[in-house]
Ligand binder design. Structure first.
Ligand code: GLA
Length: 414
């Protein structure tokens, strides 16, 4: 089932209808006399209808502010619902309880023109399968665990390998992007909460892990994502959001012209399997230095070993931070539209990925073919493969503790 049309489309539809009605009036009056009088009336009627529809269209955007729900199919016998969060500026975030997937993000450009900047599909079925993890919540362990193995409290755990010998984004069958979550609109705010119980042993991980992810849309055009988890056995957790953005609008070419700034002095270099070597390397003097805004395409094909290994940017940047509060992590600006995305987070790091593995095999919304580097991701996270790097900040959640993290995606234009 197709996702219902967005507010902008609803408005365009209303305007089209108004015009058609205008034409009908024209045909009807054509044969009768008193032509000039009627044509004046006709003109004023058309103007009235259009003005009315525009006002009504505006009112629609107002009156739909809040959370709307649409049934969009079922998975494993459970209903899948699309939640549309709309604020009074007409900004829209759409997400469904299958994989917690964000299916659309409609935000204004510098002229106030709304466009969908999230790569994705127009139906729930379009996401089955979803090899690039478009828009999904990723976990239990976002990013890679080397050789699908880790040892915790003397016991070695084996996970399904789905990226060469690595475990990528939590496994194969029941990773967070592929399961049905419980969805519930938030009360008193424009948001939705998705909850999921990942059972002890699921995808090889220990402990019953209860996870809650909420998406809230604010009146300042921010998408606030809150993550929370508890467990009954010690277990690693690293949960993130895998939206692909193209600030010019989804499907609108590659992202090489976007300008990126990342608040990181260091990154974790990787080996040929994209597993951190353990080194924390300064970005200074490398093509990974985004301490001042730099075009994605300016250095992406340099012959620097890290870029060659990852086929572009696909790296974990360590956020410069004072304390563990919400800290500015990255900013992206797209010059033609003027759109800006700013990311802040409580997480220690952020994966900047330039869609190097998009290869044109996925066709998304409106028949758009998602080719190499047609989108970028900014995945706030812990360092990849932390369970095998005791010197990295720990990702182990213990019974009695609550894992909490927050990431804010703020949309604006200049
Ligand atoms: C992450 C990884 C990339 C790639 C994508 C999914 O961003 O770091 O290497 O696997 O997910 O295609």
């Amino acid at each position: 089932m197709r996702f219902m049309p967005v507010a902008g489309e609803r408005q365009r539809y209303a305007e089209r209808k108004a015009l058609l009605r205008g034409r009908a009036v024209e045909q009807h009056t054509h044969k009768s006399g008193l032509r000039s009088k009627l044509s004046a009336m006709r003109r004023s009627l058309i103007v009235t209808i259009i003005v009315f529809m525009l006002v009504a269209g505006g009112a629609t955007a107002q009156s739909t502010a809040g959370v709307q729900q649409q049934p969009v199919g079922s998975r494993d016998g459970r209903p899948i619902t699309l939640y549309t969060l709309t604020n009074s500026h007409g900004v829209e975030i759409r997400a469904m309880n299958y994989g917690g997937i964000i299916v659309a993000i409609r935000v204004p450009d510098r002229k106030g023109q709304l466009a969908d900047i999230a790569l994705g599909h127009e139906t729930m079925e379009g996401y089955i399968p979803n090899p690039p993890y478009l828009g999904a919540i990723v976990g239990r362990y976002a990013n890679r665990i080397a050789n699908g193995k880790f040892t915790l409290d003397g016991k070695t755990y084996s996970l399904p390998q789905n990226d060469g010998t690595n475990t990528l984004h939590g496994g194969v069958k029941r990773s967070f992007d592929k399961v049905t979550w419980d969805g519930e609109p938030l009360k008193g705010t424009t948001g939705v909460a998705f909850s999921y119980l990942s059972k002890d042993g699921e995808e090889g991980f220990p402990g019953n892990l209860t996870v809650k992810v909420t998406y809230t849309l604010t009146e300042s055009n921010e998408l606030v994502i809150d993550y929370e988890a508890t467990t009954d056995k010690a277990t690693p957790i690293n949960v993130s959001q895998h939206s692909y953005f193209n600030l010019a609008s989804e499907g609108n070419g590659d992202v090489l012209n976007h300008e990126v700034e990342i608040n990181a002095d260091r990154f974790t270099p990787v080996d040929k399997n994209l597993i951190p070597t353990g080194e924390l390397r300064p970005v200074k003097g490398t093509p990974l230095d985004f301490s001042t805004p730099t075009r994605v395409g300016a250095r992406i094909d340099d012959t620097y070993d890290q870029l060659t290994l990852a086929h572009g940017y696909d790296h974990n940047f360590i956020i410069n931070r004072k304390g563990d509060g919400l800290t500015f992590a990255a900013r992206v600006y797209e010059p033609t539209s003027g759109r800006v995305l700013e990311v802040s987070t409580t997480q220690p790091a952020i994966q900047f990925y330039t869609g190097n593995f998009l290869d044109g095999s996925v066709t998304g919304k409106q028949g758009h073919v998602y080719k190499r580097r047609y989108g970028f991701c900014l995945e706030t996270q812990h360092y990849p493969d932390s369970p095998n790097h005791p010197d990295f900040p720990t990702t182990i959640l213990k019974p009695g503790e609550t894992f909490r993290s927050k990431t804010v995606f703020k949309f604006s234009a200049k």
